[in-house]
Design a protein around this ligand. Structure first.
Ligand SMILES: Cc1cc2nc3c(=O)[nH]c(=O)nc-3n(C[C@H](O)[C@H](O)[C@H](O)COP(=O)(O)OP(=O)(O)OC[C@H]3O[C@@H](n4cnc5c(N)ncnc54)[C@H](O)[C@@H]3O)c2cc1C
Length: 381
């Protein structure tokens, strides 16, 4: 058995763990099913908690000033153009010691990859089976090859094979909502506000990435599955959001129809434990969440950072139980709150929408900041 940690999945979480192990000088290898490394997707909001972890593994200020748009305010608004609440997040950033940013996923993925030895990542390796042996784990890949490792971390996302092999193959839990996303060439003057716009059963956001590009997303309540051909998808979105404020229809219009992404939104109820023997889970493999709080990737990053630090202290499966005791409650609370936030955001009844708007408009900023602080406060390790 090779004396190393096998990380299954080179997503944002798996690579963050690799970057921390690199710093801790712990041997590891990352196995990724995709033939070429990279990230599909649009923008990503990264709160201070995740930015701090990434800075500590070497994704430094240069990256953030070059590739990120700093978030000053978190805002809630309605489709007619009224800002209902605006919370300055800079005092929280100051306390934490790192700002929050919106970045392009591919840029972030590349920046984390830049912190590890490229020879430690093997692509085109789809894990298909695992067998725990006396002194390690035997990994089987769908191309017929095998590898061995002392311990295994499943960082293989929402439909994790490591999770299925270790804890059973339950399907994820559909949230009732789907999300469309895109990047548009559009210059909007107002920067630095992460603003969610809510209507009746529909939500949207348009967030600047830099001088030329915005990242936008929309959600709606629909049954699971299905996708029209791209041109019709774009026309459908344009008709749904035609009269929305804050540049929503303009951003959709300025997006290449073929490049619009659609993802049904899922999470999973908590597992009793994330680890069994020499195997543990991280990120979406352990605790997938709906993206309503913008904390899914942030949690995967924190997981990787904390677990890597613990494995640096003790290179055995005991590190897994410490990792769980540090991370599990926090991640599960986020999954639960994110689901609740999405449910409220999806209300369609006009009276309920009015009540939601009233509550948003009358909640004091200090209260909003306090509850955000709970998520944005970093976790040690
Ligand atoms: C619409 C949407 C918007 C979001 N917005 C935000 C946001 O603004 N902020 C935020 O923090 N989070 C956001 N998230 C959540 C975020 O995308 C995820 O939480 C994050 O990507 C999880 O990272 P991960 O590394 O755990 O998994 P993933 O990113 O899913 O990576 C898993 C990796 O494992 C590989 N893999 C899978 N199976 C195998 C296998 N059998 N063998 C080998 N490799 C395998 C995959 O190819 C992939 O590279 C959003 C999610 C969605 C759907």
């Amino acid at each position: 058995m090779e004396e190393l940690i096998a990380i299954i999945g080179a997503g944002i979480g798996g690579l963050t763990l690799a970057a921390r192990l690199e710093r801790e000088k712990i041997p590891y290898r990352v196995y990724e099913k995709a033939p070429v490394l990279g990230e599909v997707g649009a923008g990503l909001g990264l709160w201070s908690n995740a930015v701090l972890c990434l800075e500590k593994v070497g994704v430094d200020g240069d990256f953030w000033s070059r590739s990120g748009c700093e978030v000053f305010r978190a805002e809630m608004a309605n489709a007619e153009g009224k800002i209902l609440s605006s919370c300055d997040v800079r005092p929280v950033a100051e306390k934490v010691g790192a700002s929050s940013f919106v970045v392009h996923r591919a840029d972030l993925h590349g920046a984390i990859y830049g912190q590890i030895n490229p020879e430690s990542v093997v692509t085109g390796k789809k894990l298909s089976g695992m067998e725990e042996k006396e002194n390690g784990v035997l990994l089987r890949f769908s191309d017929g090859s095998t590898a061995s490792a002392s311990m295994v971390v499943g960082a293989d996302g929402l439909r994790s094979q490591v999770r299925a092999q270790t804890f059973g193959d339950e399907p994820p839990r559909y949230s009732g909502q789907t999300c469309y996303r895109g990047i548009a060439r559009l210059n909007i003057e107002e920067r630095h506000a992460l603003r969610e716009i809510q209507g009746r059963g529909l939500r949207a956001a348009v967030i600047p990435l830099d001088d030329e590009r915005v990242y936008w997303w929309t959600t709606e309540n629909v049954t699971e599955g299905g996708r029209r051909e791209p041109r019709k998808e774009k026309d459908y979105l344009l008709s749904n959001f035609a009269d929305w404020a804050f540049g929503v229809p303009e951003a959709i219009e300025a997006t290449d129809a073929e490049a619009i992404l659609r993802n049904d939104l899922y999470d999973r109820p908590p597992l009793p434990t994330w680890s069994k023997g020499r195997v543990t889970l991280l990120g979406d493999a352990a605790h997938p969440t709906t993206p309503n709080l913008g904390q899914g990737a942030c949690m995967a990053i924190e997981d990787g950072f904390v677990l890597g630090g613990l494995l640096g202290e003790k290179f055995d499966a005991e590190a897994f139980s410490e990792y769980e005791s540090l991370r599990k409650d926090r991640c599960e609370a986020i999954v639960k709150e994110s689901r609740r936030f999405g449910w409220i955001g999806g209300w369609e009844n006009p009276a309920a929408v009015k009540i939601r708007e009233f509550l948003l408009a009358t909640t004091p900023e200090t209260f909003v900041r306090k509850s955000m602080e709970k998520h944005i406060a970093p976790q040690g390790g």
